[in-house]
Every structure is written in structure tokens, then in C-alpha cells.
Design a protein around this ligand. Structure first.
Ligand code: SF4
Length: 370
């Protein structure tokens, strides 16, 4: 659950924090800050950048930027990566404040894994439409219909949904997670129907009950565009994310999570890549000598782009837009996440090569949109 503490007022009217928020004991909001994000948007980018750097120091804050964030936000981020990788950075950091530039469920995951930290978001409206397909209440109703079923929640889901689940998964470990569940046990898979269908085909199970959700960015990729790209680049291999539709996956040389896409890019000189455009652009920066074609130039997640420098400065100045989770929900969601991490070998310190890729923003570690 995310609750906004934005009261639409400037720092002069910021109300003293309630006890639940007393964990934060750092500097109070800047006294010369402007009252709204619109006022901040009128400031030159250089001034915003200067304020962000200064305020980060004052708050002892770390800035985590998702791969699909605007370039100017990524440039200021201490870490750039996918949702799970960034959440794991959040759990490992000694910063007092984490500013998560991504979408809701990602900032929530950071809070789940780092409950003692203050986690902020520049824009609380930056949600993930796929995650919003399923609510905890609706999931509880389905669980009542299938009392013997295990629930697998894609990480692209809210904390409440994770709390109702037995185990989480990413697109790179979804098959392994499902295979870890006894074959005869039915599985409720939320919220992505495309990933559920892919996992069903890969595991040969006929007892997966898929939620009717999808990622509009991947589900909007169409066969026409793929055929056009194949005609234009006949020697390029095709790699598609499993959140895409079945007809596309059938025409792909590889079905791969974003982390696997990075590995494939290292091996091939020409690739047509079916995922969010931001990843393709960053891969192009990292591998300028290769022919890397986005399957669709329009595959852009608008929700990710809601965070701006102005909103980021505002949230730092005011220490607002905090992620607050009910402790019982957080604990149960953490259990589902930790089960997945244990199955995947848990988190480890990145190697030097991986750190370099992190710096280049090109080591997504497996979450779907991530
Ligand atoms: S790319 Fe898709 S899954 Fe990722 S945040 Fe956007 S809508 Fe959600």
C-alpha cells in the first residue's frame, strides 16, 4: 500500500510527522524550496541538478534509477538497473533515505526488503498498469475457489498481492519457480497472462490458472512490425520478451528476459529486440558497433517516464511521497520474495564486470519490465 503524504503545500506548511514516520531524523525540508512541482518545473535543469546533489548529501540519500527512467534521471542515479536488482541495492545500502525512480511496486519491493529505510518516490502516480490488474481482495476470492492452489506472483505486483502469495518470480526465473512446486498442485499465476502461458508451455503443466493481466508495452508488440523488421534486417536474430503475445514468441529465435537479452547481445552482431525501447537504447550505447533494432519504436512505458527532475527535486526538498507499508503485509510479502531469492541462489555481491554493466545501465537482472 502506498499512501501519499503530499498535502499540496510548500515547506512552510509541512505538518510535523506523525509517530509512524519518526524513523526519519535527518534535516528538515529546505526552507527556500518552492511550493509545488509545477514551480520546480519552471527552474532550469542545471539548478534542479544542483539542488538534487545538495539535498541528497543533506539527507544521506541514495538515488536508484530504473533502466526505463528518463536519461537525465539515470545520469544522476547512484545505481541504474532493474527493479529487483535495485531493491537489493536498497537492502544493502547504508543510506538513510532511498529515492526510488521507478514505478510503485518497485519502490514497495525496496521497502519490503529494507523496512528500516525511508523510501520515497518522485511521483506516486507512477504505477504499473500490469500490477494494477490484480488486487489482494480479488486474489483472495480466486484462492477461495482453488483452496489447494499455490500462488505465484510476478514481482510486478503490489505488496498486498505478494503478501497473499506463496512465492514471487521474475521473468527469468518463472519457469524454475513453477517447477519447484509439486506437479500435481494447481498454481494461480498473477498478474501476467502472457508470462503464465509461456511458463505453462515450457513446463508442460495443465494446471496453471492465469490472471487476465498484461503489460501494455509488450502486449502491444504486433506481428506486422516483426515481419517488417525481419524483412529489413534478414540476418538479424529475433529476441522477444515472454510478456509478449504467443504469435510473436512463435516467430522468435529466442524468448528471453531482459537479463538474458543482454547476454544475447554480447553473442550476436545483429538483433531485433522485442521489449521496452529504453533497454534497446541503452544496449545501443553499450554496443555501438552492433545492429540492435527495437521491434517497435513506440514500445515505451509512459508510467516510467512520469518521474522528472522537477518532481525528484521536490520530493527530496520536502521528504515527501513516502512508501508506507502495513507491517503484517510487508512481512508476508517479504516471505514470498525471500522464497524466490533462496531458490535463485539469493542475492550476491556483483562481480566487477557486472558492476561495469550496472554503471552503463545495461545489466537488468531479470524482472519483466526490468
Ligand atoms: S513496462 Fe509494462 S510491466 Fe513495466 S512498468 Fe511499464 S506497464 Fe508495468
Amino acid at each position: 500500500m502506498i499512501r501519499t503524504r503530499n498535502r499540496g503545500s510548500g515547506p512552510a506548511t509541512v505538518v510535523a510527522r506523525p509517530p509512524a514516520r519518526a524513523a526519519w531524523r535527518g534535516p528538515r525540508p529546505a526552507t527556500n524550496a518552492l511550493p509545488s512541482t509545477l514551480d520546480y518545473a519552471a527552474l532550469p535543469a542545471a539548478e534542479l541538478r544542483r539542488r538534487i546533489v545538495r539535498r541528497k548529501k543533506q539527507l544521506h540519500a541514495v538515488l536508484l534509477g530504473h533502466n526505463y527512467q528518463r536519461v537525465e534521471i539515470q545520469d544522476l542515479s547512484d545505481y541504474v538497473g532493474d527493479s529487483l536488482g535495485l531493491s537489493q541495492q536498497a537492502a544493502a545500502t547504508d543510506a538513510d533515505v532511498i529515492v526510488f525512480c521507478g514505478v510503485h511496486f518497485m519502490a514497495e519491493t525496496a521497502k519490503i526488503l529494507a523496512p528500516q529505510k525511508t523510501v520515497l518516490m518522485p511521483d506516486l502516480h507512477a504505477g504499473c498498469p500490469m500490477a494494477d490488474f490484480v488486487t489482494a481482495q480479488a486474489l483472495r476470492r480466486l484462492k477461495a475457489d482453488y483452496p489447494d492452489a499455490a500462488v505465484v506472483a510476478y514481482v510486478n505486483s503490489s505488496a498486498e498481492v505478494k503478501a497473499e502469495s506463496d512465492i514471487c518470480c521474475t521473468s527469468s526465473n518463472a519457469v524454475r519457480v513453477v517447477e519447484s512446486i509439486p506437479r500435481e498442485r494447481p498454481i494461480i499465476f498473477v498478474p501476467d497472462k502472457n508470462l503464465a502461458r509461456y511458463v505453462q508451455e515450457r513446463t508442460g503443466r495443465d494446471n496453471i490458472i492465469a490472471w487476465e493481466g498484461y503489460c501494455y508495452v509488450h502486449d502491444d508488440l504486433v506481428l506486422d512490425e516483426l515481419e517488417k523488421a525481419k524483412r529489413a534486417y534478414p540476418h538479424a536474430k529475433v529476441v522477444i520478451h515472454p510478456e509478449a503475445r504467443k504469435d510473436l514468441l512463435e516467430r522468435a529465435d529466442y524468448v528471453a528476459s531482459t537479463s538474458q537479452m543482454v547476454e544475447l547481445t554480447e553473442k550476436h552482431d545483429a538483433l531485433i529486440i522485442g521489449t521496452e525501447r529504453g533497454l534497446v537504447d541503452r544496449l545501443r550505447q553499450r554496443f555501438p558497433q552492433k545492429t540492435l533494432i527495437p521491434l517497435s519504436g513506440a514500445a515505451i512505458c509512459g508510467n516510467m517516464k512520469l518521474n522528472t527532475l522537477a518532481k525528484l527535486t521536490w520530493c527530496l526538498d520536502h521528504v515527501e511521497h513516502e512508501i508506507v507499508l502495513d507491517e503484517d503485509v510487508r512481512r508476508r510479502a517479504e516471505r514470498a520474495l525471500r522464497r524466490m531469492l533462496e531458490l535463485s541462489g539469493g542475492w550476491r555481491v556483483p562481480t566487477k564486470a557486472e558492476e561495469e554493466m550496472d554503471l552503463a545501465g545495461a545489466r537488468p537482472r531479470g524482472c519483466g519490465c526490468a
